[in-house]
Design a protein. Structure first.
Length: 162
């Protein structure tokens, strides 16, 4: 398995992150029409990048190939995985898995016990393979249904020991 260098994104990388965000979003056929109809409303917010909450995976030459955004919730025992996007040309190479592992490692160091995410149905198999469990369904901003899922970090630790 390839190792993907992961680091915190910097504001100068905003354009590349937005490019990946948009291109990866369009790979979901179920959301494509709604995305294109409301394109001006579908943007990567500035705050997570400016606050240092975006982690990027790069190739061997330093090109960003994927990213994840996390937010510690008010309980500080839960991290919300807000974004997980991989450049479509780099999908299915373990980048999203590496970004999830990075989030797990950082959350564990911070004393967080759980990671939560709202994912699309087309990403369900990936999230389940990463250890996430479905909690229920929620409405998404694009008018579809998202799956609320969680990953208990104690379970990840226990699985690593086996």
């Amino acid at each position: 398995m390839t190792s993907w260098p992961i680091r915190t994104a910097v504001p100068a990388e905003r354009a590349r992150l937005r490019e990946i965000f948009w291109q990866a979003s369009l790979t979901n056929e179920g959301d494509r029409a709604a995305l294109l109809a409301g394109a001006k409303d579908h943007v990567l917010p500035d705050a997570p990048l400016d606050e240092g909450r975006i982690r990027v995976a790069t190739d061997s030459e330093g090109t960003i190939v994927g990213f994840a955004t996390a937010l510690t919730t008010s309980t500080s025992e839960v991290v919300e995985l807000e974004d997980l996007f991989v450049d479509p040309e780099w999908m299915r190479r373990g980048i999203a898995t590496a970004l999830i592992q990075d989030a797990v490692d950082l959350a564990g160091k911070a004393g967080v016990h759980r990671i939560e995410v709202t994912g699309n149905a087309h990403a369900l198999a990936f999230y389940e393979s990463a250890g996430f469990v479905i909690n229920g369904e929620v409405a998404t901003p694009l008018g579809g249904v998202g799956l609320r899922m969680h990953l208990d970090l104690q379970q990840v630790t226990d699985d690593r020991r086996r």
